[in-house]
Ligand binder design. Structure first.
Ligand code: OSB
Ligand code: MG
Length: 370
């Protein structure tokens, strides 16, 4: 593989329903699609999952655009990277900005798989051919509205329901859903909206037999997460706190949680994600694939990642139609009545990219030579 250039396109895609978390509400996604070309003309696709605003972490689509065109491209060409596995290390000097790195890194993995004539998941070393799927349900205007959303997804067959919570919208809604569904796999996600001082809320949530409480405290609060985990029986799951394998090792050594959410963007791509899940699998720590409201391209990469042996819990990777009127890949991601996604067998990430649709949605583009 001899890399030739990167091509960045921003597309704008309205969500079929707005998505609300403790840090804000999203109606439209602005998505950075990255293409990596090699000198033979082959192409691989990646998606940068940095959102519109710096409220999940420090990154946005605009910072990612800047970091990609000014720095990632330069480090890649200086290092003459010719293997996907080497991209992560070549970009180490850039601190943070892992979503920017992942957009490029995942595109190069897809390119390399296509050049090898292999499905990306096999090229990565994945083994599972059926992915377990759950849903993340945003904050709703009322408990009744939430109940309706949950009913729809339970009927569709999703294996795990995750509810977004924030201070003032937590125990009551959890209690209501648990009362109606005593048996389902249920979890909550706070996106860092609490402090250790709010431990009484966590003790209340601890009564509802939840699979996990995801990221209750600040990303850097590993010590406080450990204090919290010692006080409740429900597993704490870390999302925002985990950006590297080292973060994972330190969190597990401290006892900051018992479950890890892996997001390709947050950890900088497939190489780091694979290392994290290997480390966790060797220690019987369950991991699952998180989501960032991805288009089909990011979704396809998430499916490939979820084929690794460590991904034992249902992820947040659900059907395209829950997000988009029409996805930018064909076929769209579909989920069976048993809440499973069949891993595609085609080369690369295994879905066709609908280029005419992407072109009709593009609002900005830039090419950088490598
Ligand atoms: O914390 O998992 C999260 C969406 C945007 C930002 C952060 C998160 C989420 C989700 C949705 O929970 C996951 C999805 O359906 O893509
Ligand atoms: Mg989360």
């Amino acid at each position: 593989m001899e890399l030739e250039k990167l091509d960045l396109r921003e597309i704008q895609l309205p969500l079929v329903q707005p998505f609300e978390t403790s840090f804000g509400r999203t109606y439209h996604r602005r998505i950075l699609i990255v293409r990596a070309f090699d000198k033979s003309g082959a192409v691989g696709y990646g998606e940068c999952t940095a959102p519109e605003d710096p409220f999940f972490n420090h990154e946005t689509i605009d910072t990612a655009w800047y970091i990609t065109t000014k720095f990632i491209s330069r480090l890649l060409s200086d290092a003459k990277v010719d293997r996907a596995e080497d991209v992560n290390a070549a970009l180490e000097r850039i601190r943070g900005h892992r979503m920017a790195k992942a957009g490029v890194e995942t595109a190069i993995w897809d390119l390399e798989a296509r050049l090898a004539g292999l499905p990306l998941w096999k090229h990565l070393g994945g083994t599972q051919t059926l992915i377990n799927s759950g849903v993340s349900i945003g904050l709703q205007a009322s408990v009744e509205a939430l109940q309706e959303k949950v009913a729809k997804e339970v009927e569709a067959g999703y294996q795990r329901i995750k509810l977004k919570i924030k201070p003032g919208q937590d125990v009551e809604l959890t209690a209501a859903i648990r009362a109606k569904y005593p048996e389902i796999m249920l979890s909550v996600d706070a996106n860092s909206a609490y402090r250790l001082d709010d431990i009484d809320v966590m003790r209340e949530l601890d009564k509802y037999n939840l699979l996990m409480i995801e990221q209750p405290l600040q990303p850097g609060d590993l010590v406080d997460h450990a204090k919290l985990q010692r006080e409740i029986k429900t597993a704490v799951c870390l999302d925002e706190s985990i950006t590297t394998l080292t973060d994972t090792q330190q969190a597990l050594e401290l006892g900051s949680g018992k479950i890890i959410n892996i997001k390709l963007g947050r950890v900088g791509g497939h190489t780091e994600a694979r290392a994290i899940q290997d480390y966790c699998a060797d220690r019987n720590i369950p991991v699952w694939c998180g989501g960032m409201l991805e288009s089909g391209i990011g979704r396809a990469h998430n499916i490939a990642m979820s084929t690794h042996r460590g991904f034992t819990l249902p992820g947040d990777v659900s059907a395209s139609k829950r997000y988009w009127e029409e996805d930018i890949i064909t076929p769209p991601v579909e989920v069976s009545g048993k809440g499973t996604i069949t891993v595609p067998e085609g080369v690369g990430f295994g879905y066709e990219v609908n280029e005419p649709r992407i072109e009709s949605l593009v609002v900005r583009r830039e090419e950088v030579q490598l």
